[in-house]
Design a binder for this molecule. Structure first.
Ligand code: BGC
Length: 742
């Protein structure tokens, strides 16, 4: 029994090393390879039963089970019957909550408040650990600039600065102050790297990113996760510059371990080692195992390629035993640090107590409130009066728990969200709140998940049923004094296997919206969705639009809190909203051209419509107004290597308490390479009372002013002129000059 662990002390590095070496000394090659093997615990998976593999020491980790009792059954086999009695790591995707569901990560990024994500993942970790899980496959850190890509919902959006802040916060939330902290889980930074730049936004398609894009844009959240102490990494599926990420030495060895000093272990994405053959990279399974391990993939997620081929590769001298040992060590070290040898089992009564903690629901409601973005509020239609007595809530998502919780639930999760209809009814107990869904929405092409055993099968509406539902919805709206339309995407319309060619509201939703607006009633549009949508018509014709994303268990309450003014919205977009899907990828940090926007030649990059965003990155309204003034750069010049303070005053000029997210952008005007016309380099979310002024201070130093240059092939901070802007979104106009000098 380890007294230090029980008293909460962290084992020293020397202790961890000694215990790992002691274990290694008595493990056979097969058992070592077992530690490099993660098996899928799904009963319908072909091949030997998990119990039999574990008994032989053939698995280091198990994924795709979410059953507390079963965890203990399998763990008992591992620690009592397997040769070296090494406990298993139980892993699952806990992306935005285990039982208490938080807003999807894209929504949490909209809070521009890393503490929201940290607290959410603290709760997620507490519940997941109580269920018996040790390891989550999150946070997802892929920068995504193409709204067609379904997995944009899992990340923090388009920007490396915001992405890095959210990455570190999520790692802290999942893992706590140190790896092995009680009530926490090991985090996994995924998918390393570049996955968000899939050609055409098509999931899994190849990615071509030059090194400067990787280093300046796609890597920063991953590096931030390493700095925050993330325990594991996941290699991505797709080809990166013609080398699959799961066989990519540059990513996994040169950058991750070599440059960033990552000490944890790397797991492949699911089946990715075996897929190296499918992808036309490896000749066969043996070659795949060799190339993945050599590139730096320590653990094979569920493809069985390592257990089938590694021993043979060592026996014939293609791999050295030392190569295997180097991959095993960080896995064992993780298990030692987590205290699994002392406490391999989960207390089966704990989960029920933990999920019932009232603060979990409270945190979920707060996170949802802080994540929502007010996109439009003409004539200050919002906040609504609580004296309203006759409302209609219309739309296919208005009473959908699935759409409210959003994508990526843990296996076996039963939806239990407060829907928008329920939230509004709870807010106005005496009022008449009529609800009509209108026609259903569904994917044109079903997902792989629809075919999983146990997946609910629903017969599609006939066109006649859809038409009847449409007419009922319009009639319901006609009978009300005010209409809340709840439109967007079902939970299965964003996420993995969920890219889209269009960003329009799916199905007949826009048609229904137009029909309801034509009634002449005040209409509020609440969007539940996992990606930016093309809502050009709504943006011009619906007076109030609230982007609620997929807000989680307490979503309906949080939406009602905002609609009826108990909470003033303060979120900002972490992604650009393009007008059309064909504009993707569209992001604010583009380079200038010879004919810049606003110049004399420039009208639009396309002749058939404006190419400016519908809503810019960083944008979001409030029920109050703010002014940002008095921008000061502490010195007009700063020497290379030193830092300068940038300050601005933000004042609440309206009559309600509210939050503003003050954002700092820079542009390097000339240099070895062209630099983006704007780059976010700092932000702060502040709460201000009416009339109150606060001063925000940002520091611009070598980390903010430097970049990785294509022309020089290295990191550089150059003595050049910079623009500095501070404001409330990426179109900020408050400007100052800064010169970096030698
Ligand atoms: C996804 C990963 C996930 C893994 C395990 C893969 O298909 O790309 O994000 O962690 O499955 O469920």
């Amino acid at each position: 029994m380890d007294i230090k662990r029980i008293t909460g002390a962290i084992p020293s590095e020397a202790e961890v090393v000694a215990r790992v070496e002691a274990l290694m000394g008595r493990m056979s090659l097969e058992e070592k390879i077992g530690q490099l093997t993660q098996i899928g615990g799904l009963s319908f998976f072909p091949g030997p039963k998990p119990e039999d593999i574990i008994r032989k020491g053939g698995a280091g980790s198990v994924l795709w089970i979410n059953d507390t009792k079963q965890f203990n059954v399998l763990q008992k086999i591992a620690v009592e019957e397997s040769p070296s009695k090494i406990p298993l790591l139980f892993a699952l995707d806990v992306i935005h909550g285990y039982r208490t569901i938080f807003p999807v990560p894209l929504a949490m990024a909209s809070s521009w408040d890393p503490s929201v994500a940290e607290r959410a993942q603290t709760v997620a970790a507490r519940e997941a650990r109580a269920a018996g899980l040790h390891w989550t496959f999150g946070p997802m850190l892929d920068i995504a600039r193409d709204a067609r890509w379904g997995r944009i919902v899992e990340g923090a959006g388009e920007d490396p600065c915001l992405g890095a802040a959210m990455a570190a916060a999520q790692v802290r939330g999942f893992q706590g102050p140190y790896l092995g902290a009680p009530d926490r889980v090991v985090a996994c930074a995924k998918h390393f790297a570049g996955y968000g730049a899939a050609d055409g936004g098509r999931d899994y398609d190849p990615v071509y990113l030059p090194e400067d894009q990787l280093r300046n844009v796609y890597f920063p959240p991953f590096e931030a996760a390493v700095k925050a102490g993330v325990g594991t990494f996941m290699s991505a599926y797709m080809d990166l510059n013609d080398v699959p990420a799961s066989g990519n030495h540059f990513l996994l060895r040169d950058v991750l371990r070599g440059e960033w000093g990552f000490q944890g272990f790397v797991v492949s994405d699911a089946l990715a080692v075996g897929n190296l053959v499918t992808q036309g990279f490896a000749r066969d399974g043996r070659d795949a195992a060799f190339r993945a391990l050599s590139a730096g993939v320590d653990m094979d997620m569920a493809s069985s390629t390592y257990p089938q081929h590694l021993a043979g590769l060592v026996e014939d001298g293609t791999l050295m035993l030392a190569d295997i040992d180097a991959a095993v060590r960080p896995i064992l070290a993780t298990k030692v640090r987590m205290g699994l040898f002392e406490q391999p089992y989960v207390d089966e009564s704990k989960l029920a107590q933990v999920v019932a903690l009232p603060e979990h629901r409270k945190e979920a409601r707060l996170a949802a409130q802080r994540s929502m973005v007010l996109l439009r509020n003409e004539g200050q239609l919002l906040p609504l009066a609580k004296s309203l007595r006759n409302l209609a809530v219309i739309g296919p998502l208005a009473d959908s728990m699935e759409a409210t919780e959003g994508s990526w639930m843990v296996f076996g999760h039963t939806p239990a969200a407060v829907t928008v209809v329920e939230g509004i009814r709870a807010k106005l107990p005496g009022a008449k709140v009529e609800y009509a869904p209108g026609p259903e929405i569904r994917r044109d092409i079903g997902s792989f998940f629809d075919d999983m055993p146990g997946a609910a099968k629903k017969t599609p509406q006939t066109p006649e049923q859809a038409e009847a539902a449409f007419q009922t919805a319009v009639a319901t709206a006609r009978g009300a004094d005010l209409v809340v339309m709840v439109l967007g995407e079902n939970a299965d319309m964003a996420g993995e296997f969920a890219s889209r060619a269009s960003l329009d509201l799916p199905g007949r939703q826009e048609e229904l919206l137009k029909a309801v607006v034509a009634l002449g009633k005040p209409v509020v549009l609440v969007l539940l969705n996992g990606r930016p949508l093309s809502i050009v018509w709504a943006a011009e014709n619906v007076p109030a639009i609230l982007e609620a994303w997929e807000p989680g268990s307490e979503g309906g309450h949080a939406i009602a809190d905002i609609l009826f003014g108990d909470v003033n919205p303060g979120g900002k977009l972490p992604v650009t909203f393009p007008r059309k899907a064909s504009h993707a990828p569209l992001y604010y940090a583009r380079n200038l051209t010879h004919s810049p926007e606003g110049g004399w030649m420039y009208r639009s990059r396309y002749w058939d419509g404006p190419t400016t965003p519908l809503y810019p990155f960083g944008f979001g309204l409030s029920y109050t107004t703010f002014s940002i003034t008095n921008l000061k750069v502490a010195a007009p010049q700063v020497t290379v290597g030193s830092s300068v303070a940038v300050t601005a005053d933000v004042t609440n000029t309206g009559s309600a308490v509210g939050d503003e997210v003050v954002q700092l952008y820079i542009h390097q005007k000339a240099g070895s390479d062209s630099r983006p016309m704007r780059e976010l380099k700092g932000f702060e979310r502040l709460t201000l009372k009416p009339g109150e002024t606060k001063t925000v201070t940002f520091l611009l130093g070598p980390a903010e002013l430097g970049y990785w240059s294509t022309n020089t092939g290295k990191w550089a901070q150059e003595a050049e002129a910079f623009d500095v802007w501070v404001g409330a979104d990426s179109l900020a106009t408050l400007h100052a000059d800064l010169a970096v000098v030698r």
